[in-house]
Design a protein around this ligand. Structure first.
Ligand SMILES: O=C(O)CCC(=O)C(=O)O
Length: 257
C-alpha cells in the first residue's frame, strides 16, 4: 500500500458511486481493547459530557432521567478531549491520508459533530430513522465524511448501521421528509428507497467511511450487550463550517498529511 495515497482508484470510485467504504480490521485489537475499556469505565462513572436516550427522545426512549432506564447513555460526547485513545484514532495518519484522497485537499476534523462514542444499549437504546448526517450541519458543500469505528460485532440484530447505497446522490423532495428530516415511512416513494437498504456486518476494528449525504438508519439493540462505536466527522479545508452556525461552535482541527 502506498502510505501517501493508500486508496486505490477503484476504492475512490466506489466511494463516489456508493457513498461509503468499509475497511475490515483497520484498527488493531489492542487499540480497540483500550477504547472499549475507557468507554466502559466512562459509562460506569457517567463521565460528562453525556447524551442520554431521554435527551434525544426518539420513539421508545425513557421519558425522563428519573424514569426506568432514564440514565441510559446514547453517546459519550467529546471523545476527542475525553481520552488520548480516541484522539489518537481520530488523527491516525493512515486515516488522514485516505480522507485527503477522498476530499481532494487537506482534511479538518470537526469537533462540533459526532466526536463521540455511540453506545446502543439493550432495552432502552432506541432506533434511528433514515436520515442524512448533513441535516443539522452547516457547511457550504455537502461533502463531509463520517468515520465509524466498530468496537463490537455490529449486525441488524444489535442495532447496526443500515445504508441506502448511492443515496448521497438522490434528489429528495421536502414532502418525503418529516419535521426532523427523517424519511417519512408513510410515503410510497420512501418505501421503495427503504427496500434498497443494506445492513452492514461489522467486527471490532472495522471502519466505515460514509458521505454526509448518505441515507442511513439503525435499529434497536436486541442483544444482551451494549454496542459501542467511535464516530468522528471530517471536511475539506475549503469547506469550513458556516460562521455563526452550530457547526462553527466547536474547535476545527486541521490535520496535516
Ligand atoms: O446508532 C444509531 O442509532 C444511528 C446513529 C446515527 O446514525 C447518527 O447519530 O447519525
Amino acid at each position: 500500500m502506498n502510505s501517501k495515497n493508500p486508496l486505490s482508484a477503484a476504492q475512490i470510485a466506489a466511494f463516489e458511486t456508493d457513498g461509503y467504504l468499509v475497511f475490515p480490521g483497520f484498527v488493531p485489537a489492542a487499540d480497540c481493547a483500550e477504547m472499549v475499556a475507557v468507554t466502559n469505565q466512562h459509562l460506569h462513572d457517567a463521565v460528562a459530557p453525556l447524551e442520554y436516550e431521554t435527551d434525544v427522545g426518539y420513539a421508545g426512549a425513557p421519558t425522563s432521567l428519573e424514569s426506568v432506564g432514564g440514565r441510559t447513555a446514547r453517546r459519550l460526547r467529546d471523545a476527542y478531549h475525553r481520552h488520548d485513545a480516541y484522539r489518537q484514532w481520530a488523527t491516525n495518519p493512515l486515516l488522514v491520508a485516505m480522507l485527503t484522497q477522498l476530499l481532494g485537499e487537506q482534511v479538518c476534523l470537526t469537533l462540533a459533530h459526532h466526536n463521540c462514542v455511540m453506545t446502543k444499549h439493550p432495552d432502552f437504546g432506541t432506533a434511528t430513522g433514515w436520515h442524512r448526517d448533513i441535516r443539522y450541519w452547516s457547511f457550504p458543500r455537502n461533502e463531509l465524511i463520517s468515520v465509524w469505528l466498530a468496537l463490537d460485532n455490529e449486525t441488524e440484530n444489535n442495532g447496526g448501521l443500515r445504508f441506502i447505497p448511492g443515496s448521497h446522490r438522490f434528489d429528495i423532495q421536502p414532502a418525503q421528509m418529516d419535521g426532523l428530516d427523517f424519511l417519512r415511512p408513510d410515503v410510497a416513494e420512501n418505501q421503495a428507497l427503504f427496500a434498497q437498504g443494506i445492513s452492514l456486518q461489522l467486527h471490532p476494528g472495522d471502519v466505515v467511511f460514509f458521505h454526509s449525504g448518505l441515507f442511513h438508519a439503525a435499529g434497536r439493540n436486541n442483544s444482551r450487550s451494549i454496542k459501542e462505536s467511535v464516530v468522528f466527522a471530517y471536511h475539506g479545508l475549503s469547506n469550513p463550517p458556516v460562521a455563526g452556525s452550530r457547526s462553527a461552535s466547536a474547535e476545527d482541527i486541521l490535520l496535516s498529511n
